[in-house]
Ligand binder design. Structure first.
Ligand SMILES: *Cc1c(COP(=O)(O)O)cnc(C)c1O
Length: 382
């Protein structure tokens, strides 16, 4: 077997969380989302009691007080390789000093959300759908968070969602047929609160489609309880988009949580962010998308990293994303291939980028297939 096959084989395996940092903890505690949430690692002392930090990480944790808080669930922490400063899981959640580096091209609101808010908490940028920010908290904090200006609640700007105003805006705007609940992480809200929000949205006749963007099934899969699934099921058609960047994040616990959601009839998609040293590798991406399909999750978007402040060390050249898509298309299942997009800086919206398969477009269309072979298709004349 070739070396790359061996690497893929190691990435595609399913493992349970490694609980060795919590030897005293019972199964019941580990499997309780309240325990997982209470025991999040959110201080330097806590983190240092469990692993040796690099000097970049040590300095990074010290500056989280007024930027983006640190928070790592035991479940997610358990898959970090503590002996490897370049561990792709570690890079996503352990702060580093590079987050404080200034890049004049970077912004605090890279997707121009604040300027597209008709009501605080409601972003209406596309003709027929809205983004509804329901909370500013997450189960763990991604260091490249595109919404770090409000998420985690430690920076100056606060999320102040105006619930009643938002609902009445949606009632009046009959062109809105799709509502995307995000935040923060909507699945951190109680079943009761979420049920009320969904019931209110479902009472609006022109809203056809509701979806939730959440990383809870990855950070806190214990939150996916039978009660949550029963509640969500009442509000179909409901989709969920999760956020997985690396195949190692798909543990046995995560697979169990995702399968409960899928069994509740919820179509699942994945949005991942292309991150340097995390998943900017065709072999990692191939294992990721294959593992997602095994968990009944359809890869949806692969995002070029937004120009969020302090993310320079995560950004890859755009060609990297195109190469990854090229390495997948034709070589693997069509369902496994996400759409690569740039969320256009300043609020232009998600813009697809595709490798070039079209070579000529006139009376004959000349196309190049995934193997690089050229074909002609006679273009029908109108
Ligand atoms: C991403 C996003 C949506 C949803 O876009 P889709 O391409 O339909 O997934 C809607 N509104 C805003 C503001 C968004 O950023």
């Amino acid at each position: 077997m070739s070396e790359t096959t061996t690497y893929y084989d190691s990435l595609i395996k399913w493992h349970p969380a490694d609980r060795s940092d919590w030897p005293e903890v019972s199964d019941e505690q580990w499997n309780s989302y309240a325990w997982q949430f209470r025991n999040r690692i959110n201080s330097l002392a806590d983190l240092e009691s469990k692993m040796t930090l690099t000097s970049d990480e040590h300095a990074g944790v010290l500056m989280t007080g007024n930027k983006l808080a640190m928070g790592i669930s035991p479940q997610f922490f358990s898959i970090i390789d503590k002996d490897d400063p370049n561990c792709p899981i570690r890079k996503q959640v352990v702060p580093r000093i590079q987050e404080s580096w200034d890049d004049p091209l970077e912004m605090s609101d890279p997707c121009g959300e604040d300027s597209h808010m008709p009501v605080p908490g409601l972003v209406h940028r596309y003709p027929d759908r809205v983004l509804f920010l329901t909370t500013d908290r997450c189960a763990s904090y991604c260091r490249y968070c595109t919404r770090s200006r409000v998420v985690s609640g430690v920076s100056d700007q606060k999320l102040e969602t105006q619930w009643e105003q938002a609902f009445s805006y949606l009632e009046k705007h009959t062109e809105v047929r799709d509502v995307l609940l995000s935040g923060g992480d909507p699945l951190l809200l109680s079943d009761n609160k979420l049920d009320k929000i969904l019931t209110r949205l479902r009472a609006i006749p022109h809203i056809q489609f509701v979806r939730i963007g959440s990383r809870i099934p990855i950070f806190l899969p214990q939150r996916v309880t039978p009660e949550l699934c029963e509640m969500l099921k009442k509000h179909h058609p409901l989709f969920i988009s999760v956020h997985v960047n690396h195949p190692k994040e798909l543990t046995e616990e995560v697979r169990t949580g995702l399968s409960k959601l899928a069994d509740a009839g919820i179509p699942l998609g994945n949005q991942s962010v292309l991150l340097k040293g995390v998943n900017d590798d065709p072999e990692v991406q191939k294992a990721l998308v294959h593992k997602l399909l095994m968990a009944r999750v359809r890869p949806y978007y692969l995002y070029q990293c937004d120009l969020i402040k302090g993310s320079q060390h995560f950004r890859t050249p755009v060609e990297k994303g195109l190469d990854i898509i090229k390495s997948l298309r034709g070589f693997t299942t069509g369902y496994a291939i996400p759409q690569f997009v740039i969320d256009a800086p300043g609020g232009g919206g998600k813009t697809p980028l595709n490798p070039e398969y079209l070579r000529r477009l006139d009376e004959t269309v000349e196309i190049q297939n995934y193997e690089g072979k050229v074909y002609q298709y006679p273009n029908p004349v109108e």
